[in-house]
Design a protein around this ligand. Structure first.
Ligand code: ATP
Length: 300
C-alpha cells in the first residue's frame, strides 16, 4: 500500500505541491490527473525519493522509498523516459538496469518482448521514436515485476494502438494485485484505464474518487433545427438549459430519451442528441483556465 500524507514542496516562496494526501490500494489503477504544471511530476518524484519533500511523508508498505532495501524490486518507475544514453542499444540499456536491480538477462529479453521492442533491441536508443523510448522506460520499470508502478505520463508519444496496449498492460497488472499510479494531463487518455481519479490543480488535490462518480453523466447535449423553440419547450418543463455558442443546448439532469420526447411534442427536428459528462470536464476546464500554475502561500 502507498500512503502519501501532507506531502508539500516549496521552491523559494512558491508552493508547487501543497499538503497532498492519498492512499493507494493493491489491485487498483489510479489516474493522477492535472493540467501542465499542476504538480504531478513533483509529487511522484517526492514519492520515489528523487527529490526531498519540504513537508509530509510518502511510504510504501509503511516505509519511505529511501528506506527500502531494493527499491527497484518494490516500485517500478517511469519518471523520465528521455534520460537514456543515445549511443547505447535498448538491450544494453536494460542490461545495465537489470544489474542494478538484480535480475538476469533472460528477464531483459522477456520485457523487451512484452513491450514490443524485441526487434529494435539491438539498435541504438538515439534512433528510437518517442513512443519506443516510452516502451523502453516501461520495460525497465517491469524488470523486477514490482508490486507498485509509478508512471509519469506513460502515454506520451504512444499512438492509439500503443495506448490500448498500455491500458491492457496496466489493467492486468492491477488484476494481478499490483498497485498502479499513472499521471496524465489528458482526461480522455486515462478515463478508460483507471478505477479512480486523483485530480490535482495548483499543487492541491481538487477531486478524488471513483471514475464513475466523478464522470457520471450529468445531462444531455442536443442540437436541433430550432434551438430557441426547443429551449422554450424545455424551460416550460422546468429544465435548466444552457445554450452554447454553436447552438447546442446542454440540459442538466435530463436523459436523452426525455429530451427527444419533448422535442417531438414541440415538433422540433433534432440533429444530434447525446448524454454529456460535464462534472469533471467542467472542473478540468476551470483548472486549465485559472489554476494550472503554482501559487504562493500568500494566495491561500
Ligand atoms: N526544480 C524546480 N524549481 C522551481 N520550480 C519547479 C521545479 N520543478 C518544478 N517546478 C515548478 O513546479 C510546478 C509543478 O511542476 P510539475 O512538473 O510537478 O507539474 P506537472 O503537473 O507534472 O506538469 P506537466 O504535465 O507539465 O508535466 C511548475 O510550476 C514547475 O514550474
Amino acid at each position: 500500500m502507498i500512503s502519501v500524507s501532507g506531502l508539500t514542496k516549496r521552491y523559494g516562496a512558491r508552493t508547487v505541491v501543497d499538503d497532498v494526501s492519498f492512499t493507494l490500494e493493491p489491485g487498483t489503477v489510479t489516474g493522477f490527473l492535472g493540467p501542465n504544471g499542476a504538480g504531478k511530476t513533483t509529487t511522484m518524484r517526492m514519492m520515489t525519493g528523487l527529490i526531498p519533500a519540504t513537508a509530509g511523508t510518502a511510504t510504501i508498505d509503511g516505509r519511505p522509498y529511501a528506506d527500502l532495501a531494493n527499491p527497484g524490486a518494490v516500485v517500478g518507475t517511469l519518471l523520465d523516459a528521455s534520460a537514456v544514453h543515445p549511443g547505447r542499444t535498448g538491450r544494453a540499456h536494460l542490461g545495465l538496469h537489470a544489474i542494478a536491480v538484480g535480475v538476469g538477462s533472460r528477464r531483459v529479453d522477456e520485457v523487451l518482448e512484452l513491450v514490443g521492442l524485441a526487434d529494435a533491441a539491438r539498435r541504438p536508443v538515439g534512433g528510437y521514436s518517442l513512443g519506443m523510448r516510452q516502451r523502453l522506460g516501461i520495460a525497465g520499470a517491469l524488470l523486477t515485476v514490482p508490486p507498485v508502478l509509478v508512471f509519469d505520463e506513460p502515454a506520451n508519444g504512444l499512438d492509439p494502438e500503443g495506448i490500448r496496449w498500455l491500458r491492457a498492460l496496466l489493467r492486468s497488472y492491477a488484476e494481478n494485485g499490483g498497485t498502479v499510479l499513472l499521471s496524465s494531463h489528458l482526461l480522455g487518455e486515462v478515463e478508460h484505464t483507471v478505477d479512480r481519479l486523483l485530480v490535482i490543480g495548483g499543487g492541491r488535490i481538487v477531486a478524488d474518487g471513483p471514475v464513475g462518480s466523478l464522470l457520471g453523466a450529468s445531462g444531455t447535449a442536443v442540437r436541433s433545427v430550432d434551438p430557441r423553440g426547443l429551449a422554450d419547450a424545455l424551460r416550460a418543463r422546468e429544465f435548466h438549459v444552457e445554450r452554447q455558442d454553436d447552438g447546442v443546448l446542454v440540459v442538466d439532469g435530463a436523459e436523452p430519451a426525455t429530451i427527444g420526447a419533448i422535442a417531438a411534442e414541440a415538433g422540433v427536428a433534432l440533429i444530434d442528441l447525446h448524454p454529456v459528462q460535464r462534472g469533471l470536464e467542467h472542473l478540468f476546464f476551470q483548472l486549465t483556465d485559472d489554476s494550472g500554475a503554482a501559487h504562493t502561500p500568500a494566495e491561500h
